[in-house]
Structure formats: C-alpha cells, structure tokens
Design a binder for this molecule. Structure first.
Ligand code: C2E
Ligand code: SIN
Ligand code: SIN
Ligand code: SIN
Ligand code: FE
Ligand code: FE
Length: 416
C-alpha cells in the first residue's frame, strides 16, 4: 500500500511540474506544425522520462540553463537550495547551480543566527534584496560570503511543505537591482518547479526510511539498534564526510545522502532470527556466521525496494546500496562478505563503517559495556591501515567537539 501511495504522489508531482512548465513556455513549443494531441502527448511524456536519471543537482543545473537561455535571464548567476532541519533548527546547504565557485558549500548555521532568513520563513513570503551591501552593517557569514564572491542582488524564497518549513531557494545575480518585478514574475513558475522537485526528492527518501522503520518495528529489532545508535552514527558519518569533503570533492548532495542512508546500513538485521539478534551474550561462531548474513539480506531488501519503488534510475539509490553492501568490508581484505580491499570499497561504506563501529564501541550492548570515546579511538587506531580507512578515522577524530555534542544530544536511554 505504501508503494502505491508513493507512486501516485510522484505521478501527481510530475503532472504538476508538466503543467507549470507548460504554462510558462506556452503552447508554441508543442505540436507547432499541426497542433495535434499526439504531439502534445509525446512532449509530456518524454522529458520526464529522461528526468528520472538526473540527480537533484543535475536537474537544478538543467533548469538554470533553461532560465538563462529560454527566459533570457542571463544574469541569474546562482541558484541554490538550503534544507532546514527541524530537529536541530539548523540550515544546511544542499544543491546549487552556477558557474562560479560556490561561496557556501558545506555551510550550516542555526536559523537564529540568520534573522533575515528566519523572518522570511515566518512571513512565508519571498524577499528581494537589490544590493546585498545592505547587510554590511550586520552581516551574517552567509551574506558576507555571497558579497565576497561578487553576488549583489538576491531573491530568497521560503519553501514550506504541508505548512512546515522545508528550506530556502536562493536566486542570486551579480547585478544590483536585478530582481525587478518582471524578472521575479518570470522566475516564479520555475521556483515552484525547483521547490517541488526538492520536496519530492526528500519525500522519496522519507518513504524509504519509513518503510525501513516499519520493517524494524514488525521484526522487533533490539531497542539499542533503533534509538540513539542510528541518530548518532548518521551524524558521525555526516561529520566525517564534511571533514573529507574538500579533499575528495564531495558535494553537499552526496553528504546529505550519506547522512540520510547511514542509519539503514543494518536493515538486513530484520531477517536475522531473534534468538541470535537479541541474544544477551556473546555469539558462538555458528551464530556469528548467521549474523553475518545480515549484509546479503540487506542487499536483497534494497534490490527488492528498487524494483517495487521503481527507483532503478534514481541516482542516490547506489549510495544506499553501497552502504548496505560494504559496511563490513575492511581495507586489508579481511572483512565480509566479499573481502574487498582498499579503495575498491566505496568511500561512503568506509565512512559508515568507522561511524558504526565507533558508535557500537561507545554504546552499551547487552553483551558489553560502553567504552569511552578515547578508548574507541585507541581501538580504531590499533586497527588502522589493516581494517579501517585511516583518513576516515582522522576525519572523525578531528571532530571531537562535535562528537561530544552529538553524544550529549542523543544520549542512550539506559538499557532495560
Ligand atoms: P553492531 O552491534 O552494530 O556492531 C557493529 C560492529 O561494531 C561490529 O561488527 C564490530 O566490528 C564492532 N563492535 C561492536 N561491538 C564490539 C565489541 O564489543 N568489541 C569490538 N572489538 N568490536 C565491536 P561485527 O563484529 O561484524 O558484528 C555485526 C553485528 O553482529 C553487530 O552489530 C551485533 O549486532 C552483532 N554481534 C556481534 N557480536 C555479538 C555478540 O557477541 N553478541 C551479540 N548478541 N551480538 C553480536
Ligand atoms: C550553496 O551555495 O552551496 C547552497 C545554499 C545557500 O545559499 O545557502
Ligand atoms: C541573508 O539573508 O543574510 C543573506 C541574503 C540572501 O541569501 O539572500
Ligand atoms: C540497525 O540494526 O542498525 C537498524 C536497522 C535499520 O536501520 O533498519
Ligand atoms: Fe552491520
Ligand atoms: Fe550498527
């Protein structure tokens, strides 16, 4: 049933996108020779088939191209979306398009520290700034970085999903006063399309997560697997990816997917018998052999979901699959199930592996006490180079302050 709803939602969103684009572009683009309904039907279906294979960033870039060339709005030099995290009240960059180097990659800030944006969200109304110089008296890091990169004018649109703040859409230009009433009017339909596809994209991720949560609940996964562990290891993974982003050229989009999918790494455990999964003591060798099957079971679940949710061409599904399939591989080839080595193991899996073990070690389990972060790092370093990616360990360890914040915010409830 969930599958069905989801596909209808996607179809509805598609139809809306098509309608909005249609209105904006006029009818002369379709069936211009004979105006036949056949020609229209072809136009409607083809571009959106294609769109499935695009990642959110690629879609944004395509729409940006269209804005610049079809609408002749050459001077829209940057479009970006930032997502709002209601749990932490923070804003984080997600996707952007623009020729220039981005001033705000890997940027997060509390909404409280950007009062002008908080106000836009509260009013639920777009805001035009003719010259970002007006923020010079009370600059936020956000506006300072935009100005430094030569952006002068901005159109900022709050995005709400079912009444809740979802994020912001930013249009920027190098030309002061660029966002006149006429330009804003032209841009609005595109803004709606961009907001819709961003919401649609995050929605499909939430549906995946909800399906996983249901699977967990039905199969009584241990409490300590479902609570703080998932919150913490997702945040450790994100912290590591951020610290490695510059060197590896990770996009904010990729980092967000790692963050969203890290908690699903052990989804295959729903297929492990309770007697083993919930055993309040050390596993025997035979039991552990069964436990190791959680990786192959996880891959089977992801592949089934790919089919059922029709997600095969969606870009991020591979990130999820890699995390599930390779989070127990080891750099020296001693891991399972494949015994892959070094950089053959996808980076997202190397990251999640360190985050998972670090959190497993620093948490109490029915068969062991919680270790201190220091002891956990000593363990990880001891295995460095043979099991874990040293760069990943380094990326986590350099975030000690954030680790303590995460530990405090998502503290474990005592095991019952
Ligand atoms: P998990 O609890 O999420 O642990 C993930 C990984 O963290 C483990 O992968 C292991 O590499 C590391 N880890 C966890 N606890 C310890 C520990 O006390 N000492 C050390 N040195 N490393 C630790 P691994 O070993 O492949 O285990 C996979 C899953 O199997 C674990 O996921 C857990 O659910 C289960 N498991 C492993 N050992 C036992 C056990 O002795 N008793 C029970 N009941 N479950 C176990
Ligand atoms: C970015 O430039 O990476 C994105 C979003 C923002 O303006 O906050
Ligand atoms: C700000 O509101 O501080 C930055 C301006 C903008 O992104 O439009
Ligand atoms: C876990 O065992 O870590 C939870 C499984 C899941 O996320 O579905
Ligand atoms: Fe696992
Ligand atoms: Fe785990």
């Amino acid at each position: 049933m969930g599958t069905f709803l989801y596909r209808n939602d996607r179809l509805a969103a598609r139809k809306l996108l098509a309608l909005i684009l249609f209105q904006q572009m006029g009818w002369e683009m379709v069936g211009n020779k004979d105006g036949s309904a056949d020609a229209r039907a072809r136009f409607l279906s083809d571009p959106f088939e294609l769109e499935d294979a695009l990642s959110p960033v690629q879609r944004l870039i395509a729409l940006h191209e269209e804005i610049r060339h079809s609408l002749n709005l050459e001077d829209v030099t940057r479009i970006a979306i930032a997502l709002y995290d209601s749990k932490t009240h923070r804003l984080k960059t997600f996707i952007r398009s623009g020729a220039k180097e981005s001033p705000l990659d890997h940027y997060t800030a509390s909404l409280d520290d950007i009062p002008s944006l908080a106000e836009i969200a509260r009013l639920k109304r777009p805001r035009v700034v003719d010259d970002l110089d007006m923020f010079k008296s009370s600059p936020s890091l956000h506006s300072t970085r935009l100005i430094k990169n030569g952006f002068r004018a901005s159109l900022t649109i709050p995005i709400h999903d079912h009444g809740a703040l979802f994020g912001f859409l930013f249009f920027n230009s190098d030309r002061p006063g660029y966002f006149s009433e006429v330009v804003v009017h032209q841009l609005m339909p595109y803004a709606k399309v961009i907001a819709l596809f961003a919401i649609n994209e995050m929605q499909s991720i939430r549906v995946l997560q909800a399906a996983m949560k249901t699977a967990r609940e039905i199969t009584h996964l241990r409490d300590d697997e479902t609570g703080g562990h998932l919150d913490r290891m997702a945040r450790y993974s994100r912290l590591m990816a951020l610290n490695m982003a510059e060197k590896h050229g990770f996009s904010d989009e990729f980092i967000e997917f790692i963050y969203q999918f890290a908690p699903l790494h052990d989804i295959g455990k729903v297929g492990i018998p309770d007697a083993i999964l919930l055993k309040p003591g050390r596993l025997t060798e035979d039991e552990f052999a069964v436990m190791r099957e959680h990786v192959d079971k996880g891959i089977a679940i992801i592949d089934a979901m790919r089919r059922d949710f029709n997600l095969d061409s969606v870009s991020y599904i591979q990130v999820l699959r890699n995390i599930v399939a390779f989070h127990h591989e080891a750099i020296d080839g001693s891991g399972y199930p494949k015994g892959m080595k070094g950089n053959d193991i996808p980076i997202e899996a190397r990251i999640v592996s360190v985050a998972d073990v670090f959190d497993a070690l620093t948490s109490a389990r029915p068969y062991k006490k919680a270790w201190s972060p220091e002891d956990a790092f000593t363990f990880l370093h001891g295995a460095k180079g043979n099991r874990f990616d040293p760069e990943c360990i380094q990326a986590l360890e350099s975030g000690m302050e954030e680790i303590r914040t995460i530990l405090a915010q998502f503290a474990e409830s005592p095991l019952g």
